[in-house]
Structure formats: structure tokens, C-alpha cells
Design a protein around this ligand. Structure first.
Ligand SMILES: *Cc1c(COP(=O)(O)O)cnc(C)c1O
Length: 409
């Protein structure tokens, strides 16, 4: 399908995307078994009724302030700017409760679930960060939380399993399929279908069937709204470029959404380039992928010639996903956002650079955006750049100690 950039931008500005079918141009929609349709339709009606209602927004905003710690800071990275040659500001989602942007979505959906009368929450998790955010939000609101997690991931991410359990969640090992995130999503969906009225499925990124990509974008757009206002106040103008890392795409779409209508602002998403462009060596969906259906949505994905989902690799577990949100697929297709990738090596170097220059240990995911920032700075000396620092890197210490030279850890 051909897509007209001017029309898409006008539709986005007018709030007409996703359309009534949950589509972002050719992408998005609802590719799920019949049994899931009534649950998704009920959720869509609930989103329409509550999400932008003043009473819901007041409740959400009070919790974001008093419990999550919003607004998060906007930090001018003076020493990093001097080192890399552009003026770099960081939106500090690493300062949000539980250490990353994921809490914005988990809290918002848990509040929505309570409004919709759900008695229990199910969630899926890969690296465990979304599971921890969901467990924390559910504890705060007094909702039982069941987290499906691949058996392999439970071994790899044992500290997060402990955190989820301490926060009162039940962590269910998934031994079917690939025993990682993909199988965990299938299991969470199966649970939801068996009790669509009493259970709420709390999805962790801007992916999945309609209305999730829309719902998650609306809940994460607080990042970009705050950052845009803070930047205007501190710098007196808009940034020349805005940058974020892209896994499923939730921190990125949250950061980008309020800037899409600002024609002067260049927008750049940075994916996980892993070890390189070869099949299975990366998780750079928009750089190397093809259109296709994964987890209920039509978007770009990494697949082989036979349409089989590819293995992916990234040093950062949170970017290690073969799909990407449908809105990113559209923004990439019309050229409004440029997607590039940063390698494992570049991300690791960026972690060290930020630690040493600013006293901030970034998540390995966020370090991909920083690696993109370094490249942008080299091409735009003196330019102004806003980077979403999606999370903190304490969780990555085991990986960092294995991969960075001994003298630096
Ligand atoms: C999960 C995670 C990501 C990737 O998820 P998106 O949905 O693409 O934002 C990025 N950064 C951090 C810190 C994460 O925990």
C-alpha cells in the first residue's frame, strides 16, 4: 500500500491514527484468533470511555507524581556535550520508580484494569523489567498479579524473578515453545481468553493487537510532553533532534509523539545492531526487517525467507525482540522518523562514557540511544539534541562486568 506522508502527518496531528480499525496506515490492526476479539473489543471500549476522562487522568497524574516521581528531570549533560561536540540533554526516565519508563505504562494500565472491574492482572515478561513494573503497580493498587515468563528467561534473569516475587506477584514459568518471551506472550493471552471479564492483560510495549499500541503510546507520551516543555523552558527553543532506543518501541513512541508535528525537529530511533547485519546477529527490525504479522499486529519484523521469525541477538535483553510497534513502522515508511542501529560494542562504550562524564549509569538499552547521539553529534557539531534515557543500568551489572574491560568495572 502506498502511503502519503503529508496525509499521515495531518491524520496524526488531528488524532485520527490509529483509525477505527486500529490501523496506522497499512500497519497495526488485530490479527488474533476469534476467541480474543470480544476481549479486545471490550478493552477498546474501556479505553475510549476512561483513558481521557478527567477523573481517570486526575487519578493517574496523582499517582505519577506521588509514587512514580514525575516529572522526571531533564539534565543538560555538560561534560558529555564537551566530549562529543553537540549540546546533549537527557530525559531521565532512569529516575522513575523501578528504574525505567516501563512503570508509566504498567501503572496506567493497572489503574485502567481497576476501573474496568478486573479482579486479577496477567502480564508477560522477557528480561523481567516489565514484570517488575507490573508487580509493583499491582501491589500499589492491591491487585493480584500473575507474570508469565519463559523458563530460560527465568534462569537468565533470576534477580528480577526474586524482585517480582518480593513485590507479591506469582511468576509462572513457561516451558512451552521457545521458553522465552514469545512463548510467555502466548501463555498470557491464553490465560486472558479463559477469563476475559475478570482478568486484565497488561501488555508491556507499544506492540500487539489494537488497542494496545495506541494505549501504550498514550500512557508513555508523558515522557515527550514533559521533555518538550522542559526543553523549551531550559533552552528557550526546540531541540534540533530527538532520539530514543527502540525495542518494541514504547519509550521511543512516548518521546517522539509530542514532537512528530514539529517539522523542524529531526527524530531518530536507534535499534539494537547487535553483532552486525547477518541473520540472527541483531534485533534491528526496522533496519533489516520485512512486513509481517507477529503477536496480533501487522508491522515490520525479522523473519527469514520462509517467513519464520528469526532468532535475534542484542547485548541488551530489553531490545532483543524480533518485532516493533506498528506506529514506528508507519513513521519509518513515511520517513518522518529515521531508524538506525547501534552495535553491542557502541552501546557498551556509551555506557562507560556516560558513567565517566555525568555520573549516570544508563541501562544497556538506553545506551543504544546514546551511541546514536555520539554519531549525531559528530555530524552536527554544536547542534542541540534531546535523548531519552529510558532506564538505569544497575540491572546490567553482570553483563557489564563480563563485557567491559576489567579495569573499568
Ligand atoms: C524494556 C526497555 C526498553 C525497550 O522497550 P521499549 O518498549 O522499546 O521502550 C528500553 N529501555 C529500557 C530501560 C527498558 O527497560
Amino acid at each position: 500500500m502506498s502511503v502519503n506522508a503529508t496525509e499521515v502527518l495531518a491524520d496524526l496531528a488531528a488524532g485520527r491514527l490509529p483509525d477505527a480499525h486500529g490501523r496506522f496506515g497499512p500497519f497495526g490492526g488485530r490479527y488474533v484468533p476469534e476467541t480474543l476479539i470480544p476481549a479486545l473489543e471490550r478493552l477498546e471500549a474501556g479505553v475510549r470511555e476512561h483513558l481521557h476522562a478527567p477523573s481517570f487522568q486526575e487519578e493517574l497524574s496523582a499517582q505519577l507524581t506521588s509514587w512514580v516521581g514525575r516529572p522526571t528531570a531533564l539534565t543538560f549533560a555538560a561534560r558529555l556535550s564537551a566530549e562529543w561536540g553537540a549540546r546533549i540533554w537527557l530525559k531521565r526516565e532512569d529516575l522513575a520508580h523501578t528504574g525505567a519508563h516501563k512503570i508509566n505504562n504498567a501503572l496506567g494500565q493497572a489503574l485502567l484494569a481497576r476501573r474496568l472491574g478486573a479482579r486479577r492482572i496477567v502480564a508477560e515478561t522477557g528480561a523481567g523489567q516489565h514484570g517488575v513494573a507490573s508487580a509493583a503497580a499491582c501491589a500499589r493498587l492491591g491487585l493480584p498479579c500473575i507474570v508469565y515468563m519463559g523458563a530460560i528467561d527465568m534462569e537468565r534473569q533470576a534477580p528480577n524473578v526474586g524482585r517480582m516475587r518480593l513485590l507479591g506477584a506469582q511468576v509462572v514459568p513457561v516451558t512451552a515453545g521457545d521458553r522465552t518471551l514469545r512463548a510467555a506472550i502466548d501463555e498470557a493471552l491464553r490465560d486472558w481468553v479463559s477469563d476475559p471479564l475478570g482478568t486484565y492483560y497488561l501488555l508491556g510495549s507499544a506492540v500487539g493487537p489494537h488497542p494496545y499500541p495506541y494505549l501504550v503510546r498514550e500512557l508513555q507520551a508523558v515522557i515527550g510532553r514533559e521533555a518538550r516543555a522542559q526543553f523549551l523552558k531550559l533552552a528557550g527553543e526546540l531541540p534540533e533532534a530527538v532520539m530514543a532506543c527502540v525495542g518494541g518501541g514504547s519509550n521511543a513512541i512516548g518521546m517522539f509523539h509530542p514532537f512528530v508535528g514539529d517539522a523542524s525537529v529531526e527524530i531518530i530511533g536507534v535499534e539494537a545492531g547487535g553483532k552486525g547485519s547477518e541473520l540472527g546477529g541483531n534485533a534491528a527490525t526496522l533496519s533489516y526487517g520485512q512486513p509481517g504479522v507477529l503477536h496480533g499486529t501487522y508491522s515490520m519484523l525479522l523473519q527469514d525467507r520462509d517467513g519464520q521469525i528469526q532468532e535475534t541477538h542484542s547485548v541488551s535483553a530489553g531490545l532483543d525482540y524480533p518485532g516493533v510497534g506498528p506506529e514506528h513502522a508507519l513513521l519509518g515508511r513515511i520517513g518522518r522518523v529515521r531508524y538506525e542501529s547501534a552495535s553491542d560494542r557502541e552501546a557498551l562504550d556509551a555506557v562507560r562514557a556516560l558513567c565517566r562524564s555525568e555520573g549516570i549509569l544508563p541501562a544497556l538499552e538506553s545506551a543504544h540511544a546514546l551511541a546514536g547521539a555520539k554519531r549525531w553529534a559528530a555530524a552536527h557539531p554544536g547542534g542541540t539534541l534531546l535523548v531519552c534515557l529510558s532506564g538505569r543500568g544497575d540491572k546490567d551489572m553482570p553483563t557489564l562486568q563480563q563485557t567491559l574491560p576489567a579495569e573499568s568495572t
